[in-house]
Every structure is written in structure tokens, then in C-alpha cells.
Write a protein that binds this ligand. Structure first.
Ligand SMILES: [Mn+2]
Length: 327
């Protein structure tokens, strides 16, 4: 999969004095990596341009990446940007409060890899087959103008969205991009350990609890687990501390798809879905008003745990049976 340089940065930045960059709400490694990677590239190569990155609060461990301390978490300023980048957002809503800068900016560019992205900016650069938005951003930059700071941020983004080069979205081009970034001297092992694998004691405790209470369905082809608000309170964890649980569930041998729920309000759950080969979870998540990728997607659903799991399982079962019949 070749990423074309459909965004000519030199041309786009002509006469531009202010740039706003924003990623999705509850930012993950790719949202942060792509935003901060682009931020450094612009700051270091176009020093006359004022660049602001808007993201919600990020995990503490990401602060090993330079520039993350300069991220603006306050969206109260009314500012009209000459150019605004939306990164790693499947739709405008995912920008959260940052959407107002998209709406008012003189020109907007959307760079993303979500299959459900319909293209909401003036210029859209969407590659559903790319591992990460960070990989796309890397391809839009002049390699000889990339610096260590930008390289570290983009490397983190690629590492996170590929699950450390493990998910099927990892292509030869992804590895080539990562190899090129390594040559800038990025701290590969440290970025992988500190920002991806390391968990706090309490994150591990709630993970253990979720695994202990997980249930196999459909002859062991589907696994699900749920965490309720009272459990989150007991362990003193926030929703972001639950990231990665669904991936561990998915690591159960023989399982085709994993469902992880956590309670956001009474009778309301945030649903994370993962699949190995047969199930298109993006399709299921969009059916329930969410979105994502074929192998990783999510949505919010109402009802009891059992209502939610039954509804999702019904769609998964349909897809698994269809596959078996060779349709
Ligand atoms: Mn991403």
C-alpha cells in the first residue's frame, strides 16, 4: 500500500501564520504521536509559523516524548487558524471541543486511517490500510527535514496502533517507515516499554479482575468481560486505565472475537471490540452508532451487560457462521 503525497505541505503552508492541530478525544499513542510529530516538523522547518496542538489530557508515560508538555488542553480561546489539521479522527465529533477550530479555520486538512472516515475537511488524506495516522504523516514529510523529536513521536504512534508491529495493519511499508525513524536515534525499547507495555499496579489489578471474570461464548469463539463503576471505584482506576484489557482477552487461544465493556453510567456501557480474522467489528460497531477498524472498533450501548453482550454476539455469530458456509 503506497501512501501518495496528496498533501503538499510547502504549498499548504504558504502565507500561513497560524496552524492548529488536534487529535481525537481520549487520545491514544497514535493521536498524540501524529499530532506531536507534525508539530515538531512544522516548528523546526517553518519557524515563522505559530503552531498549537490541542488534545485532551494524555497518559503520564507519554511525557517522555518531547513536546507533549506543550500540548494545549484548554479549548476556551476563540482562535481562527489559517490552517487546521485534524489527525486520527474518524469524524468531526471525535475532535471533542477542538471541533470549533475546525469549523472556523480558513482551511482544513484531515489526515486519518479510519475506514469510516467520510472526509470532512477541505483536503482529506485518508488511508484505511495505513497502520496509523503517524505512518501517513511520516509519508507526507520530507525525510531530510525530519528531526529526532518528530521521529520519536511518530515512532510511538506507529508502535501503539500496530500493537508493537503485531496487528494485521502492519505492512512492509509500516516496517520501512519504522526503520527510517529508528535511524534518527529514537529510543525504541524505552518508548515501547514505558509508553505501551508498562502498567500501574492498579491497572494490572483491574486487568486481573477482568480476566478472572471473563466468559467464553459460542464454543469458545467469543470472549467477553465487563467492568462496572463500583469495581473501578474499588481499584481507584479511570477509564483510560482499562485500555489494553480487550487486547489481552483477544490473546485467548481459539477466540475469534473479544468484547470488553465498562460502565459509563447506569445501564450505559462503552464497548470495545477486537477480532482475529473472520469478524468485521467495524461493521458491528457502526451498526450500534460507533466506528473503528475491521479488527478493532468500539461504540457506546445502553441496557444491561447481558443486553449489550447478546446484541453484539448475535452479529458476531452471524458473521462467523457466514464465513463457515463460505458465503
Ligand atoms: Mn490511529
Amino acid at each position: 500500500m503506497k501512501i501518495e503525497r496528496t498533501v503538499n505541505l510547502d504549498k499548504e503552508l504558504k502565507n500561513v501564520k497560524t496552524v492548529g492541530i488536534a487529535g481525537h478525544i481520549r487520545p491514544d499513542g497514535d493521536a498524540v504521536g501524529s499530532c506531536v510529530g507534525l508539530y515538531w516538523y512544522l516548528r523546526q522547518n517553518y519557524p515563522e509559523i505559530q503552531v498549537t496542538v490541542y488534545l485532551e489530557k494524555i497518559p503520564e508515560s507519554y511525557h517522555m516524548i518531547a513536546g507533549t508538555d506543550e500540548i494545549c488542553h484548554d479549548y476556551s480561546e476563540e482562535k481562527v487558524y489559517d490552517l487546521f489539521f485534524s489527525l486520527d479522527c474518524a469524524d468531526e465529533k471525535r475532535l471533542g471541543d477542538g471541533v470549533k477550530y475546525l469549523n472556523t479555520a480558513k482551511r482544513t486538512i484531515c489526515i486519518d486511517h479510519h475506514i469510516s472516515n467520510a472526509g470532512f475537511a477541505d483536503l482529506n488524506c485518508i488511508y484505511p490500510d495505513a497502520s496509523s495516522t503517524s505512518e501517513i504523516v511520516f509519508n507526507l514529510l520530507d525525510e531530510d527535514k525530519i528531526t529526532f523529536e518528530s521521529a520519536e513521536a511518530l515512532y510511538m504512534g506507529i508502535v501503539h496502533d500496530t500493537g508493537v508491529f503485531r496487528h494485521s495493519c502492519t505492512s512492509p511499508e509500516t516496517m520501512e517507515a519504522a526503520a527510517k525513524l529508528m535511524r534518527f536515534g529514537v529510543r525504541c525499547s524505552k518508548i515501547i516499554s514505558d509508553t505501551y507495555y508498562d502498567k500501574t499496579y492498579y491497572q494490572n489489578q483491574i486487568l486481573g479482575r477482568a480476566l478472572l471474570e471473563s466468559v467464553l461464548l459460542l464454543d469458545g469463539k467469543i470472549i467477553f468481560s465487563a467492568v462496572r463503576q463500583r469495581e473501578m471505584e474499588f481499584y481507584g482506576v479511570k477509564p483510560s486505565d482499562l485500555d489494553g484489557i480487550v487486547q489481552v482477552l483477544m490473546g485467548t487461544a481459539g477466540v475469534e472475537a473479544a468484547i470488553f465493556l465498562y460502565e459509563t453510567a447506569p445501564q450505559e456501557f462503552k464497548v470495545s471490540l477486537r477480532s482475529r480474522e473472520t469478524v468485521d467489528v467495524a461493521k458491528i460497531a457502526s451498526y450500534f452508532g460507533g466506528g473503528g477498524h475491521v479488527r478493532a472498533a468500539g461504540c457506546t450501548m445502553q441496557g444491561s451487560v447481558y443486553d449489550v453482550v447478546n446484541n453484539i454476539t448475535y452479529h458476531m455469530e452471524e458473521q462467523i457462521c457466514q464465513e463457515k458456509n463460505g458465503d
